[in-house]
Design a binder for this molecule. Structure first.
Ligand SMILES: [Zn+2]
Length: 300
Protein backbone atom coordinates (compact mmCIF):
# COMPACT_ATOMS: atom_id res chain seq x y z
CA UNK A 1 0.00 0.00 0.00
CA UNK A 2 1.26 3.49 -0.85
CA UNK A 3 0.76 6.05 1.91
CA UNK A 4 1.41 9.70 2.67
CA UNK A 5 4.70 9.00 4.46
CA UNK A 6 5.87 6.94 1.46
CA UNK A 7 5.03 9.90 -0.76
CA UNK A 8 7.05 12.30 1.43
CA UNK A 9 10.04 9.95 1.21
CA UNK A 10 9.76 9.74 -2.59
CA UNK A 11 9.46 13.53 -2.80
CA UNK A 12 12.62 13.92 -0.69
CA UNK A 13 14.46 11.50 -3.00
CA UNK A 14 13.40 13.46 -6.07
CA UNK A 15 14.53 16.69 -4.46
CA UNK A 16 17.91 15.13 -3.71
CA UNK A 17 18.50 14.43 -7.41
CA UNK A 18 17.57 17.99 -8.39
CA UNK A 19 13.90 17.64 -9.36
CA UNK A 20 11.71 20.61 -8.46
CA UNK A 21 9.25 19.65 -5.74
CA UNK A 22 7.11 21.77 -3.47
CA UNK A 23 3.74 22.13 -1.80
CA UNK A 24 0.49 23.51 -3.22
CA UNK A 25 -0.68 24.27 0.33
CA UNK A 26 -1.74 22.58 3.55
CA UNK A 27 -4.55 20.14 4.28
CA UNK A 28 -7.26 20.59 6.92
CA UNK A 29 -4.99 18.95 9.52
CA UNK A 30 -1.95 20.97 8.45
CA UNK A 31 -0.17 18.42 6.25
CA UNK A 32 1.64 19.61 3.13
CA UNK A 33 0.14 18.70 -0.23
CA UNK A 34 3.22 18.01 -2.37
CA UNK A 35 3.77 18.53 -6.07
CA UNK A 36 6.49 17.37 -8.48
CA UNK A 37 7.38 19.55 -11.46
CA UNK A 38 8.84 18.07 -14.63
CA UNK A 39 9.78 20.10 -17.71
CA UNK A 40 10.68 23.63 -18.69
CA UNK A 41 9.22 26.60 -16.78
CA UNK A 42 9.05 28.66 -20.00
CA UNK A 43 6.64 26.21 -21.66
CA UNK A 44 2.87 25.85 -21.17
CA UNK A 45 1.88 23.34 -18.52
CA UNK A 46 -0.53 20.64 -17.42
CA UNK A 47 -1.72 19.50 -14.00
CA UNK A 48 -2.11 15.82 -13.11
CA UNK A 49 -3.79 15.33 -9.74
CA UNK A 50 -4.69 12.09 -7.98
CA UNK A 51 -6.02 10.64 -4.72
CA UNK A 52 -8.48 13.47 -4.08
CA UNK A 53 -10.67 10.56 -2.94
CA UNK A 54 -8.97 8.92 0.02
CA UNK A 55 -9.59 5.25 -0.75
CA UNK A 56 -8.29 5.76 -4.30
CA UNK A 57 -4.72 6.02 -2.94
CA UNK A 58 -3.38 3.67 -5.61
CA UNK A 59 -3.72 6.61 -8.02
CA UNK A 60 -1.15 8.55 -5.94
CA UNK A 61 1.40 5.86 -6.72
CA UNK A 62 0.38 6.04 -10.38
CA UNK A 63 0.96 9.82 -10.60
CA UNK A 64 4.27 9.51 -8.76
CA UNK A 65 5.44 6.75 -11.14
CA UNK A 66 4.46 8.89 -14.13
CA UNK A 67 6.59 11.74 -12.78
CA UNK A 68 9.55 9.46 -12.01
CA UNK A 69 9.32 7.94 -15.48
CA UNK A 70 9.68 11.37 -17.09
CA UNK A 71 12.55 12.27 -14.76
CA UNK A 72 14.36 9.03 -15.62
CA UNK A 73 13.82 9.03 -19.39
CA UNK A 74 13.75 12.78 -20.22
CA UNK A 75 11.63 12.33 -23.37
CA UNK A 76 10.60 15.10 -25.74
CA UNK A 77 8.14 17.37 -23.94
CA UNK A 78 6.47 20.34 -25.59
CA UNK A 79 5.21 21.49 -22.19
CA UNK A 80 5.74 20.96 -18.48
CA UNK A 81 3.76 18.90 -15.98
CA UNK A 82 2.87 19.54 -12.36
CA UNK A 83 2.00 16.27 -10.63
CA UNK A 84 -0.06 16.52 -7.42
CA UNK A 85 -0.08 12.81 -6.48
CA UNK A 86 -2.11 13.07 -3.27
CA UNK A 87 -4.59 15.97 -3.22
CA UNK A 88 -6.22 14.63 -0.04
CA UNK A 89 -3.40 13.55 2.31
CA UNK A 90 -5.51 13.62 5.51
CA UNK A 91 -8.14 11.42 3.89
CA UNK A 92 -5.57 8.93 2.65
CA UNK A 93 -4.04 8.64 6.13
CA UNK A 94 -7.51 8.22 7.69
CA UNK A 95 -8.36 5.54 5.13
CA UNK A 96 -5.10 3.63 5.68
CA UNK A 97 -4.28 4.29 9.35
CA UNK A 98 -7.61 5.11 11.01
CA UNK A 99 -7.72 8.11 13.38
CA UNK A 100 -5.02 7.29 15.95
CA UNK A 101 -2.41 9.51 14.24
CA UNK A 102 -4.61 12.58 14.72
CA UNK A 103 -3.59 14.53 17.85
CA UNK A 104 -6.97 16.16 18.53
CA UNK A 105 -9.31 13.70 20.32
CA UNK A 106 -12.42 15.68 19.34
CA UNK A 107 -11.56 15.28 15.67
CA UNK A 108 -10.92 11.54 16.21
CA UNK A 109 -14.30 11.19 17.90
CA UNK A 110 -16.13 13.18 15.22
CA UNK A 111 -14.57 11.11 12.42
CA UNK A 112 -15.59 7.81 14.04
CA UNK A 113 -19.10 9.19 14.44
CA UNK A 114 -19.21 10.31 10.79
CA UNK A 115 -18.00 6.82 9.86
CA UNK A 116 -21.06 5.24 11.51
CA UNK A 117 -19.21 4.52 14.82
CA UNK A 118 -16.83 2.25 12.91
CA UNK A 119 -13.05 2.25 13.19
CA UNK A 120 -12.71 0.65 9.75
CA UNK A 121 -11.99 3.60 7.44
CA UNK A 122 -10.81 1.55 4.46
CA UNK A 123 -13.69 2.82 2.28
CA UNK A 124 -13.33 6.48 3.37
CA UNK A 125 -13.29 9.01 0.50
CA UNK A 126 -13.66 12.39 2.21
CA UNK A 127 -11.23 14.77 3.94
CA UNK A 128 -10.84 15.22 7.73
CA UNK A 129 -14.03 17.35 7.86
CA UNK A 130 -16.15 14.62 6.27
CA UNK A 131 -16.33 16.65 3.03
CA UNK A 132 -15.96 14.93 -0.34
CA UNK A 133 -13.43 17.23 -1.99
CA UNK A 134 -14.45 16.28 -5.51
CA UNK A 135 -17.92 17.77 -5.03
CA UNK A 136 -16.65 20.86 -3.18
CA UNK A 137 -15.49 22.90 -6.22
CA UNK A 138 -17.42 25.93 -7.48
CA UNK A 139 -19.05 24.39 -10.57
CA UNK A 140 -22.82 23.85 -10.22
CA UNK A 141 -21.97 23.12 -6.59
CA UNK A 142 -24.57 21.15 -4.64
CA UNK A 143 -26.54 19.98 -7.68
CA UNK A 144 -24.87 16.59 -8.30
CA UNK A 145 -27.02 13.47 -8.37
CA UNK A 146 -25.10 11.72 -5.58
CA UNK A 147 -24.66 14.83 -3.38
CA UNK A 148 -25.46 14.67 0.35
CA UNK A 149 -25.71 17.62 2.74
CA UNK A 150 -24.29 16.23 5.97
CA UNK A 151 -20.82 15.03 7.00
CA UNK A 152 -20.16 11.60 5.56
CA UNK A 153 -17.42 9.28 4.34
CA UNK A 154 -18.37 10.33 0.80
CA UNK A 155 -20.54 12.70 -1.28
CA UNK A 156 -20.92 15.59 1.25
CA UNK A 157 -20.56 18.85 -0.71
CA UNK A 158 -19.38 20.90 2.32
CA UNK A 159 -20.96 24.02 3.86
CA UNK A 160 -20.15 26.18 0.80
CA UNK A 161 -18.27 25.93 -2.50
CA UNK A 162 -14.51 25.71 -2.00
CA UNK A 163 -14.94 25.58 1.80
CA UNK A 164 -12.08 23.11 2.29
CA UNK A 165 -8.36 23.85 2.60
CA UNK A 166 -7.49 21.16 0.04
CA UNK A 167 -10.00 22.49 -2.52
CA UNK A 168 -8.74 26.03 -2.03
CA UNK A 169 -5.12 24.91 -2.40
CA UNK A 170 -5.84 23.16 -5.69
CA UNK A 171 -7.88 26.10 -7.01
CA UNK A 172 -5.21 28.68 -6.10
CA UNK A 173 -2.44 26.51 -7.50
CA UNK A 174 -4.35 25.96 -10.76
CA UNK A 175 -5.06 29.69 -11.13
CA UNK A 176 -1.37 30.43 -10.49
CA UNK A 177 0.16 27.99 -13.00
CA UNK A 178 -2.61 28.34 -15.65
CA UNK A 179 -2.56 24.84 -17.17
CA UNK A 180 -3.65 24.19 -20.77
CA UNK A 181 -5.17 20.86 -19.72
CA UNK A 182 -5.67 18.76 -16.57
CA UNK A 183 -6.05 15.09 -15.69
CA UNK A 184 -7.67 13.82 -12.48
CA UNK A 185 -7.03 10.20 -11.58
CA UNK A 186 -9.74 8.23 -9.81
CA UNK A 187 -10.79 4.61 -9.59
CA UNK A 188 -12.57 2.59 -10.76
CA UNK A 189 -14.30 1.50 -14.00
CA UNK A 190 -11.76 2.09 -16.83
CA UNK A 191 -13.72 5.06 -18.15
CA UNK A 192 -12.94 8.64 -19.18
CA UNK A 193 -15.14 11.62 -18.24
CA UNK A 194 -14.73 14.73 -20.34
CA UNK A 195 -18.10 16.54 -20.58
CA UNK A 196 -19.46 19.33 -18.39
CA UNK A 197 -21.71 21.55 -20.52
CA UNK A 198 -19.23 22.53 -23.24
CA UNK A 199 -20.78 23.67 -26.50
CA UNK A 200 -19.63 24.18 -30.09
CA UNK A 201 -15.87 24.39 -30.60
CA UNK A 202 -14.97 23.53 -27.00
CA UNK A 203 -17.18 20.46 -27.05
CA UNK A 204 -15.61 19.29 -30.29
CA UNK A 205 -12.10 20.02 -29.01
CA UNK A 206 -12.51 18.34 -25.63
CA UNK A 207 -14.22 15.25 -27.02
CA UNK A 208 -11.47 14.89 -29.58
CA UNK A 209 -8.79 14.58 -26.88
CA UNK A 210 -11.09 12.34 -24.84
CA UNK A 211 -11.36 9.93 -27.77
CA UNK A 212 -7.57 9.90 -28.08
CA UNK A 213 -7.24 9.16 -24.34
CA UNK A 214 -9.76 6.32 -24.65
CA UNK A 215 -7.91 4.88 -27.62
CA UNK A 216 -4.53 5.11 -25.88
CA UNK A 217 -5.68 3.53 -22.61
CA UNK A 218 -8.33 1.15 -23.94
CA UNK A 219 -10.85 2.75 -21.55
CA UNK A 220 -14.43 3.73 -22.48
CA UNK A 221 -15.69 7.28 -23.03
CA UNK A 222 -18.63 8.33 -20.84
CA UNK A 223 -21.33 10.21 -22.73
CA UNK A 224 -22.80 13.26 -20.97
CA UNK A 225 -21.93 14.56 -17.50
CA UNK A 226 -23.30 11.53 -15.62
CA UNK A 227 -24.91 13.76 -12.96
CA UNK A 228 -21.55 15.22 -11.96
CA UNK A 229 -21.16 18.62 -10.27
CA UNK A 230 -18.57 20.35 -8.10
CA UNK A 231 -15.63 18.25 -9.29
CA UNK A 232 -12.15 19.53 -10.12
CA UNK A 233 -12.64 18.57 -13.76
CA UNK A 234 -16.03 20.31 -13.78
CA UNK A 235 -14.50 23.48 -12.37
CA UNK A 236 -11.62 23.46 -14.89
CA UNK A 237 -14.07 23.05 -17.78
CA UNK A 238 -16.65 25.58 -16.59
CA UNK A 239 -14.47 28.31 -15.06
CA UNK A 240 -11.16 27.98 -16.94
CA UNK A 241 -12.68 26.68 -20.19
CA UNK A 242 -9.80 24.24 -20.68
CA UNK A 243 -10.01 20.55 -21.59
CA UNK A 244 -10.04 18.53 -18.36
CA UNK A 245 -10.39 14.80 -17.86
CA UNK A 246 -11.30 12.40 -15.10
CA UNK A 247 -9.77 9.01 -15.75
CA UNK A 248 -11.10 6.10 -13.69
CA UNK A 249 -8.47 3.35 -13.58
CA UNK A 250 -9.00 -0.29 -12.64
CA UNK A 251 -11.69 -2.74 -13.62
CA UNK A 252 -15.14 -2.29 -12.11
CA UNK A 253 -15.00 -5.93 -11.03
CA UNK A 254 -12.30 -5.09 -8.48
CA UNK A 255 -13.18 -4.00 -4.93
CA UNK A 256 -12.33 -0.69 -3.21
CA UNK A 257 -9.67 0.11 -2.28
CA UNK A 258 -8.18 -1.21 -5.50
CA UNK A 259 -5.74 -4.07 -4.74
CA UNK A 260 -2.12 -3.12 -5.46
CA UNK A 261 -1.66 -6.52 -7.16
CA UNK A 262 -3.58 -4.94 -10.08
CA UNK A 263 -1.31 -1.89 -10.30
CA UNK A 264 1.01 -3.00 -13.12
CA UNK A 265 -1.47 -3.04 -16.06
CA UNK A 266 -2.89 0.29 -14.82
CA UNK A 267 0.60 1.75 -14.84
CA UNK A 268 1.34 0.41 -18.32
CA UNK A 269 -1.89 1.84 -19.78
CA UNK A 270 -1.27 5.28 -18.26
CA UNK A 271 2.50 5.64 -17.84
CA UNK A 272 3.16 7.99 -20.74
CA UNK A 273 -0.37 9.35 -21.19
CA UNK A 274 0.09 12.79 -19.57
CA UNK A 275 3.10 13.68 -21.75
CA UNK A 276 1.42 12.49 -24.94
CA UNK A 277 -1.79 14.39 -24.19
CA UNK A 278 0.14 17.52 -23.28
CA UNK A 279 2.23 17.34 -26.46
CA UNK A 280 -0.93 17.06 -28.56
CA UNK A 281 -2.61 19.97 -26.79
CA UNK A 282 0.46 22.19 -27.15
CA UNK A 283 0.88 21.26 -30.80
CA UNK A 284 -2.77 22.16 -31.50
CA UNK A 285 -2.43 25.35 -29.50
CA UNK A 286 0.54 26.41 -31.63
CA UNK A 287 -1.22 25.42 -34.85
CA UNK A 288 -4.34 27.46 -33.96
CA UNK A 289 -2.23 30.44 -32.92
CA UNK A 290 -0.64 30.33 -36.37
CA UNK A 291 -4.09 30.34 -38.03
CA UNK A 292 -4.10 26.60 -38.90
CA UNK A 293 -6.92 24.04 -38.62
CA UNK A 294 -7.10 20.91 -36.51
CA UNK A 295 -7.77 17.51 -38.03
CA UNK A 296 -8.10 13.95 -36.74
CA UNK A 297 -5.54 12.94 -34.16
CA UNK A 298 -3.81 10.28 -32.12
CA UNK A 299 -1.62 10.79 -29.08
CA UNK A 300 1.77 10.80 -30.85
ZN1 LIG B 1 -12.84 9.19 -7.07
Amino acid sequence: MFGYLDLLEEIANLKRIGVEVGSIGKSTLGQQIPYVFVGDKQLPCMIVQAAIHAREHLTALLALCQAKHLVATRPNMLGAIYFVPMANPDGVRICQEGVQWIADKDIQHSLVQTNGQSNDFSLWKANANGVDLNVNFDANWGTGEQNVYYKASQSYVGPSPCSEAETKALVDFTLAVKPLVTISYHCKGEVVYWYFGQTRHRKWRDERYAKAIAKHTGYTLVEGDDGSAGGYKDWCIQKLRIPSYTIEVGSDNLPHPLPYSHFEPILQANLDLPRRLLNSVVRDHNKLSAGGLLGAMDLD
